[in-house]
Design a protein around this ligand. Structure first.
Ligand code: PFF
Length: 485
């Protein structure tokens, strides 16, 4: 394969390629499919299954969906392309990748590294909650799970919460311990297709549901689908539209796992013949597709059994409202409940793996550690951290007011710092670095490497220079409460 001649520093480029060649021998994805599965595995997680549906229910159904899709195709595309291209071009993880782009910007690599380092303290705890529900449906305890206090009872029980978090953490560590190809790629390539089949099946099933309530009103799954998809413009104001826009934007970050170094690390594992442009479209398609399907499965089910009111449950939709729905389905509910939480556990596992992998890869690079040793050390550390976070609803219970007006326990605090505070900040600074310091062509070149087509490069350049910095700055102000939102 020949390299296109460009006005950029060719000597530096040769050095990068030499580094990449060396690196690929150590570890890497086998090809585009393996990479897309792993990246989609990272992207598809609790964000798609739990957060997207409740935001859609809260933010006007179809209106939120349309805004989300437009933003995914513009912002999501820009941020994902940047991360993957930075990873492949430098062949490094976030800390060193930013230093390679411009030595003065190493600080941004360090801040980026801190995001997965913080997320890892609580992601296994959420994975533990999901695993707990898998066990509940497995042993046929679904009716107990449908009671209002079940979820709170479980997370406030120190032993239970810790046990499931630790189990989830150890499974994650096992995958990372086995490396990029034999651990991560293999795990995602098996679990992702299974997960997709399960979610499609449950979503279709949800549309066939029908129930008559005590007042004799019959509601169907298809009516629920209409509620989900129809844009609700009632009482819409500029402020409200802005709020929906910002909700959709922060969801895109979290959902695509961008601006946290994960896609930089995964990008550093791909070969030069992989087409970044088509990979980005495939990952986005997978991620948005699962989010839409999750809504199609959850919203109609809730609508059928609990009506419009039920959809206002917010964050408790998945752990409190859904078990009620499964309970209303009687015997069938046990099977569907098990399938749902198993699928959610797969989605959470592939995401959790990507977080631990990113931290491990950075530590291997910085401390010159070998994978197995790095994984063991980090597993000990994060198991301890997960225990503390899991105990944040019992022994270490706190009530901390956040600048955005909500009250946080330890888990919410970690989530707030990493997602609401750091991610927009990182995207803002990265867009300045790429758009204005090194220039968008540094990325465009990598995407076009080997004569590949980058049809939307005009859009990319425009977004990264003008739109992303402005919007990220607004998002940052909003989520820190500085905008009064
Ligand atoms: N993208 C994942 C989701 O939508 O659930 C969540 C996620 C994965 C967030 C990895 C953060 C992360 F580091």
């Amino acid at each position: 394969m020949t390299e296109r001649k460009t006005p950029l520093d060719t000597e530096r480029r040769e050095q990068e390629n030499a580094h990449n060649k060396h690196r690929k021998k150590e570890s890497g994805f086998t090809g585009q499919i393996g990479f897309v599965m792993a990246a989609a595995g990272s992207a598809v997680g609790v964000g798609n299954l739990w957060r997207f549906p409740y935001l859609a229910a809260k933010d006007g159904g179809g209106l939120f969906i349309v805004i989300y899709l437009i933003l995914a195709l513009t912002f999501g595309f820009t941020l994902l392309t940047s991360d993957i291209a930075v990873g492949r071009r430098t062949g490094k993880n976030s800390i060193n990748a930013y230093a390679a782009m411009n030595p003065k910007w190493k600080f941004l690599g360090i801040i980026t590294f801190l995001v997965p380092a913080i997320i890892m303290t609580y992601y296994a705890v959420i994975g533990g909650w999901i695993s707990r529900y898998v066990v509940v449906y497995l042993i046929g305890d679904g009716s107990a799970a449908a009671s209002d206090s079940y979820f709170t009872g479980f997370i406030t029980d120190p032993l239970q919460a810790v046990m499931f978090a630790v189990i989830f953490m150890l499974i994650t560590a096992f995958v990372v311990f086995n490396g990029v190809e034999k651990g991560i790629e293999k795990c995602s390539s098996i679990l992702m297709p299974v997960m997709l089949v399960m979610i499609v099946a449950i979503a279709i099933f949800a549309l066939t549901l029908k129930s008559t309530d005590a007042e004799g009103v019959t509601r169907t799954g298809l009516q629920g689908l209409a509620v989900y998809l129809t844009p609700n413009l009632e009482g819409i104001t500029f402020g409200r539209l802005m709020q929906i826009l910002l909700d959709a934007m922060s969801q895109i970050f979290f959902s695509l796992s961008v601006s946290m170094g994960i896609m930089i690390t995964y990008g550093s594992y791909i070969k030069k013949d992989v087409n970044i442009n088509t990979s980005v479209h495939q990952i986005e398609f997978f991620d948005s597709g699962v989010a839409l399907l999750a809504g199609m499965m959850i919203i109609p089910s809730i609508f059928v059994f609990e009506g419009i009111e039920g959809m206002k449950a917010g964050p408790s939709l998945m752990f409190v409202s859904l078990p009620k729905v499964f309970d209303s389905m009687h015997v069938l509910g046990r099977v569907v409940g098990l399938a749902f939480f198993l699928m959610a556990a797969f989605a959470a596992l592939t995401s959790c793996v990507s977080v631990l992998e990113t931290i491990t890869a950075n530590c291997m690079e910085i401390f010159h550690l070998e994978r197995k040793k790095a994984t063991i050390i980090l597993t000990v550390f994060y198991t301890a951290a997960s225990v503390v976070v899991a105990l944040g609803y019992s022994l270490f219970y706190i009530e901390l007011p956040l600048p955005n007006g909500s009250v946080a326990q330890i888990l919410d605090l970690m989530d707030y710092i990493s997602n609401s505070f750091m991610m927009p900040f990182i995207s803002f600074l990265s867009s300045i670095l790429i758009g204005w310091v090194i220039g968008p062509d540094w990325i465009v070149e990598e995407v076009e490497y080997g004569g590949k087509k980058f049809g939307l490069k005009g859009l990319y350049r425009f977004m990264i220079r003008y739109i992303v910095p402005v919007m990220m700055f607004i998002l940052f102000l909003e989520s820190t409460g500085l905008l009064g939102g």
